[in-house]
Design a protein around this ligand. Structure first.
Ligand SMILES: Nc1ncnc2c1ncn2[C@@H]1O[C@H](COP(=O)(O)OP(=O)(O)OP(=O)(O)O)[C@@H](O)[C@H]1O
Length: 330
């Protein structure tokens, strides 16, 4: 395997307390991030994601162990050297200001500019490239305080990209966004990783998006460890379900999502296929039924006649709503 771009060696992260004591939140981490890899960091609230991100980005000292970037320990790098290797996008609602998008992205060139911060031709080229790569050309002349949260997040990613780092680390970049914008930002980060060779770690609570787009997940467990793997391996071997086992949720291995753990209100048998069949199953489970497809079950049988045309026992139903209503009256 190629050398990792970012790696941790027996890293423990946490907080120093009074009287020289320390409280570690995550321990003995040996993480590695490859070139061009897109990783999502997942874990329950308070699991330690932000603490890890602050430590990986040198904003907080480790309790023990070390972090290296391109084989160099973080603490050996000057601020400017580190900024050329690593850029950070934090959770906090972005501070609105009267800078234009272009001016903000230009700030990403600070590690490369002279004392006065003047940009040369190459710097301007990189700024324009970063704007373009994040689909933000149209934001260049717009004021930050006139942008939506999604637009501001894109421009913050462009600023981080203008640093031309090897690694970009983002703490919940999709936290304040609606679903289409969350999908847009996640796809953008994945694309940047795969097309430009940037290595990206983003923490998120968007399980579906993480499963659907990350090359690997870093899963934070409540014992302070982190398990790494492809989303599919972590689903199949049950580790993803285990991460959130304390919450009253059940992980659905088939669909790759969590469901509230509830007692089923009854059993039904479903004979259906295709898209309509999938959504019928979804509706039945949402309504609280345990759905079987085995023939032996002695329970109401829902049969698909064609697309959204159903028969429950001998009752024809024209849509899912009618099936649920009929079942409710049996
Ligand atoms: N400044 C601090 N001093 C001491 N303990 C802290 C500090 N900040 C966070 N913690 C504790 O460290 C643990 C991990 O917090 P952290 O914010 O890293 O979790 P998280 O996974 O990012 O949570 P969330 O998903 O809610 O953002 C928590 O128990 C938290 O209370």
């Amino acid at each position: 395997m190629n050398q990792p771009v970012l790696a941790t060696d027996n890293l423990s992260v946490g907080y120093h307390q009074r009287r020289g004591q320390s409280r570690s939140v995550l321990q003995n981490l040996n993480l590695s991030l490859a070139k061009g890899e897109f990783v999502c960091l997942l874990g329950a609230n308070g699991a330690g994601k932000s603490t890890l991100i602050r430590t990986l980005t040198h904003m907080q000292a480790p309790i023990s162990g070390s972090v290296t970037i391109n084989q160099q320990p973080l603490h050996h790098l000057s601020k400017a050297q580190l900024a050329k290797q690593l850029s950070v996008v934090l959770t906090d609602r972005l501070q609105v200001s009267n800078l234009t998008g272009y001016e903000l992205v230009s700030l990403g060139r600070m590690p490369y500019t002279n004392l006065f911060g003047s940009l040369n031709q190459h710097d301007h080229q990189v700024v324009r490239w970063a704007l373009h790569a994040t689909n933000s050309d149209d934001l260049a002349q717009r004021l930050l305080n006139e942008m939506s949260d999604g637009e501001r997040q894109r421009i913050m990613i462009a600023r981080a990209l203008a640093q031309e780092p090897a690694v970009m680390i983002l703490d919940e970049p999709t936290a304040f966004l609606d679903l289409p914008r969350r999908v847009e930002i996640t796809s953008l980060l994945r694309k940047l990783a795969h097309e430009t060779g940037l290595s990206v770690v983003m923490s998120t609570h968007d399980l579906d998006l993480a499963i659907g787009s990350a090359d690997r997940l870093w899963l934070v467990f409540d014992d302070g460890s982190i398990e790494c793997g492809t989303p599919e391996d972590l689903i199949l071997d049950g580790r993803l379900a285990q991460t959130f086992r304390k919450s009253q949720l059940q992980f659905d291995q088939q669909r790759g999502g969590f469901r509230a753990q509830t007692q089923p209100i009854g059993q039904v048998r479903l004979s259906a296929n295709g898209l309509h069949g999938q959504w019928m199953q979804h509706a039945l489970e949402r309504a609280g039924y345990h759905v079987l497809n085995a023939k032996q079950a002695d329970c109401p049988h829902i049969q698909q006649l064609e697309n959204d045309c159903w028969q429950v026992e001998h009752q024809p139903c024209a849509n899912i709503d009618q099936v649920l209503a009929y079942l409710g009256n049996i």
